[in-house]
Design a protein around this ligand. Structure first.
Ligand code: 13P
Length: 250
């Protein structure tokens, strides 16, 4: 049985004040929820603040990105050792915004995945097609290529200690959610592709859906056989919206 995971990706949003309010609301609203794993991924400068606010709660801490390199002369980058220093347990790897806006390649994402995992952190590997790719019927080809780059680098056993997030680019921040059936179809495809290497790893793998998840659509999405939770952007920035999603999972 896979536990549902609800992860908030705050992207480049927040301030010391707003984060204090947001987390206060989330933590108190989650006191009764024990059967769902919850995680927040703040921007780097707020990791210390969030780490402090999460002590003694059932909410885990993650980062939105990490360098594939060890500490050294990489101006502007953040090493995985720094993330563990601040109590991070998860790192989002290969988010479509990183791929599209910062040119992260499949090979670089696979390298980041390996670096994150070797520091004892859990990678959340994001996969997903653009609208153009979906409309030209190559969704599975794209998702398979992104997944295979990681499988080839680290092997299927490494996937056992990771999380995958399917995030169709056309559904991110657009209000246009993939239908539960559309999402389920790609999740089943991803699981089957992992099963081609190792069926046990595939059965245990948590595959999150991301892209305009809200309180109103979460329950139907999470009810699908191969959808094991969500990676939430916009709706993770308001405590009530995020809690509605966590409660839908519960
Ligand atoms: P939205 O929930 O704002 O569509 O963002 C999804 C996402 O990109 C999470 O990583």
């Amino acid at each position: 049985m896979r536990r549902i995971l609800v992860a908030g990706n705050w992207k480049m949003n927040g301030s010391k004040t707003s984060i204090g309010h947001l987390l206060g609301g989330i933590v108190s609203g989650l006191a009764q929820v024990s059967d769902v794993d919850v995680l927040v991924c703040p921007p780097f400068p707020y990791l210390a603040q969030v780490q402090g606010l999460l002590v003694g709660t059932n909410v885990a801490l993650g980062a939105q990105n990490a360098s594939e390199h060890p500490p050294g002369a990489f101006t502007g980058e953040v090493a995985v050792e720094m993330l563990t220093d601040f109590g991070c347990e998860y790192v989002i790897v290969g988010h479509s915004e990183r791929r599209a806006l910062y040119g992260e390649t499949d090979a670089q994402v696979a390298h980041k995945f390996e670096t994150v995992q070797s520091a004892g952190l859990t990678p959340i590997l994001c996969l997903g097609e653009t609208l153009e790719e979906r409309e030209s019927g190559v969704t599975e080809t794209v998702v398979a290529r992104q997944l295979d780059a990681v499988l080839e680098r680290v092997g299927v056993k490494a996937i056992a200690d990771a999380v995958v997030a399917y995030e169709p680019v056309w559904a991110i921040g657009t209000g246009r959610t993939a239908s539960p059936d559309q999402a389920q179809a790609v999740h089943a495809f991803i699981r089957a592709r992992v099963a081609g290497h190792d069926t046990q790893v595939a059965q245990a793998l948590r595959i999150l859906y991301g892209g305009s998840v809200k309180g109103g659509n979460a329950q139907e999405l999470f009810g699908k056989q191969d959808i094991d939770g969500g990676l939430i952007g916009g709706a993770s920035l308001q405590a009530d919206d995020f809690l509605a999603i966590c409660h839908a999972a519960h």
